[in-house]
Write a protein that binds this ligand. Sequence first.
Ligand code: SF4
Length: 290
Amino acid sequence: MVKEIFAKTILNKHRRRDSWFLDDYSLNPYQFCDFNCIYCYIRGSKYGENIKEGLAVKINAPTLLEKELLRRAKRKEYGFIALSSATEPWMHVEEKYKLTRKCLEIIAKFRFPVHCLTKSTLILRDLDLLKEIDKNAILPQDLSKLKHCTLITFSLSTIDEKVAKIFEPNAPKPEERLEALQKIKEHGFYAGIAFIPVLPFISDSDEQLEEMIKVAKEFQADYVFVGALTLYGVGKEFYYKILEKHFPELLPKYRQLFKIFNQPSKAYQLRLEKKAKELCEKYGIKYKIW
Ligand code: SF4
């Protein structure tokens, strides 16, 4: 039984625009997530290990959003809304509740641009609304050259089905996500892939990165992002438990990599970025949105 809750607020305005995803706002119609990815960064916060069991539906999300966007639209405070930053907007329960769809109707009504961040094929259900937003929304002036008001980014941590089954147990398979991306591209959207997080010693080798970017090109992604894993709090211990079960030989390497910080070293991150940029150039695909 999914918990239904009343949220106090629904639209978070960022102090600064996110330089990677270009969003000025974020919107999370659900609390926690039933895709239950092992590496999910929300596990490290107060949400803890039980992100599936604690799933809650913010049933008043559309009502709150209508009020907040009415106010923002009057002041012409247009900006990309990230849907979502701390949950999966098209997770399994969305089939029943249609909260994300209702929020999209309101976003379309007030003409805000939207950046959809997803692992779900259910997004295909809402292409009608996403098209309307793409056509009619108003971009912030400094992003007017972007010319796209709907951005769709699929997230993948690996393209290996067996690894995905371990680390993303309830999400659609990588291949299904890639096929959904291709369909979305056929509908004329601007869309790409966030390989975030790549998993150290599991999906982050030069060869694996090359395979991932090659696949992104094959499935017509306009851009890719590549980012490192973040592990902290109870989320780190939870991830280590899974690692111990499936890749015990990697545990000492992880303990070393995350010994001091929540992320691998600067050198590791620079290596990822350099390699990703190089491969994007080789395969003729943008690194990041623009
Ligand atoms: S789909 Fe996203 S929000 Fe949901 S568990 Fe996975 S990483 Fe977390």
